[in-house]
Design a protein around this ligand. Structure first.
Ligand code: SF4
Length: 396
């Protein structure tokens, strides 16, 4: 099933959909939207030796030449993923006596990790996973719900494509939780990896460096920006850092200016603590790669996990090193990754609560921060896959 999915969600499928859209009868054409992840942008920038801003503008120009109407940046939808993760953590920390509010909270943005957790540790681990949707799936809701309303379209009249650093994002987009039964459409119709976009450029005979840049589109409900923006806290989205700083302020009234990471077992397992008079108030960790995830799960099973929150990512070194990112034939892997990290960090960062348009969208689109609508559109559920005598069964 996963192979079928990867063939269906490919750059060939994308090209076919664009072709069909161009020849569709008037009134039958779809609005085509592409949302690009900041990790993919950094990978393309490193490979093509461009600045992140040039890459964003030239990619916009490339997609529009192909017939795409709007090109967005998933850094915008990440504002919501970060804010919801912050609030959820504080709520669960305050209610930690209640087992339904289990600590540690484990980050939810990595579908590689979610798949592993559901299949391998099912009902034991699921209560720990944050319910906040990933930036890809928040963008899905923004495009198929908010943008559709703004444009007076139904969700199935929009074809939404994302560009992501890994293949696992295709699996995430295909989860039944992100399928709109009423309109028989997904929040994200097609996911392309960074490598597939590069292939598309090659097959179209386009040199991104030589393309005229195009202005960036305003994100749905956001304001237009001259340059792309991002968040602090590393190439996997900055979950640990944002949740940590927010929790320190909200729960203990402590302002954290800089977050200091302490490497533990290896560079992919790091710890951050908040201490006061020798007492540890908060203990967070980042656990990247399968080896570190397995060790974390073992700690949890033995009841010896000392963390309140863990940023879990399946790829060693995180999303900038995802399996869908570009390789460079002449550049050693480590050196290329350093270039990608440098370019990823070279854009202006902003706090999610300060991003223009976010506060307004909580009002205009979601009917308030803790509303039923915000819960439905910005959060999700997980499903234990259990082995039975007749095979695997999923608990919905
Ligand atoms: Fe994808 Fe890897 Fe990032 Fe997980 S850590 S979201 S698998 S790139």
């Amino acid at each position: 099933a996963e192979t079928v999915l990867i063939t269906q969600q490919s750059h060939e499928e994308f090209r076919k959909a664009l072709g069909a859209n161009k020849t569709a009868a008037p009134g039958q054409q779809k609005l085509v939207v592409v949302s690009v992840s900041p990790q993919s942008r950094a990978s393309l920038a490193a490979r093509l030796q461009l600045s992140p801003t040039d890459t964003a503008r030239k990619l916009t120009s490339f997609f529009k030449r192909l017939g795409v109407h709007l090109v967005f940046d998933t850094a915008f939808s990440r504002n919501f993923s970060l804010l919801e993760s912050q609030r959820e953590f504080v709520r669960r920390f305050r209610g930690q006596a209640d087992s339904a509010q289990a600590l540690p909270v484990l980050a939810s943005a990595c579908p590689g990790w979610i798949c592993y957790a559901e299949k391998t540790h099912g009902s034991f681990i699921i209560p720990h996973i944050s319910t906040a949707r990933s930036p890809q799936q928040v963008m899905g809701a923004l495009v198929k719900d908010f943008l559709a309303q703004q444009q007076h379209l139904t969700p199935d009249q929009i074809y939404h494509v994302t560009v992501m650093p890994c293949y696992d994002k295709k699996l995430e987009a295909s989860r039944p939780d992100f399928f709109n039964q009423e309109y028989q459409t997904r929040d994200v119709d097609c996911v392309l990896t960074t490598g597939e976009v590069f292939k598309l450029l090659e097959e179209e005979g386009v040199s991104l460096s030589e393309l005229e840049p195009a202005p960036l589109d305003s994100p749905p409900g956001g304001v237009s920006a001259e340059e792309p923006t991002s968040h602090r806290g590393g190439g996997s989205g900055g979950y640990l850092e944002h949740v940590f700083r927010h929790a320190a302020q909200e729960l203990f009234g402590i302002h954290v200016a800089e977050v200091t990471y302490r490497p533990l077992r290896n560079k992919d397992f790091q710890e951050v603590t908040l201490e006061q008079e020798g007492r540890v108030l908060l203990r967070f960790a980042a656990a990247y790669g399968l080896r570190n995830i397995q060790s974390l799960v073992q700690k949890l099973k033995r009841g010896r996990c000392p963390y309140h929150y863990v940023e879990v990512m399946a790829c060693p070194a995180g999303c900038l090193n995802g399996g869908g990112q570009l390789k460079a034939p002449d550049t050693p892997g480590r050196e290329l990754l350093q270039q990608v990290e440098r370019l990823y960090g070279a854009v202006r960062t902003e706090a999610p609560e300060d991003a223009p348009g976010v506060r307004e969208l909580y009002g205009r689109w979601l009917q308030g921060e803790a509303s039923e609508r915000a819960g439905r559109l910005l959060h999700t559920r997980y499903h234990a896959v259990e082995k039975t005598s007749s095979g695997l069964s999923i608990r919905w």
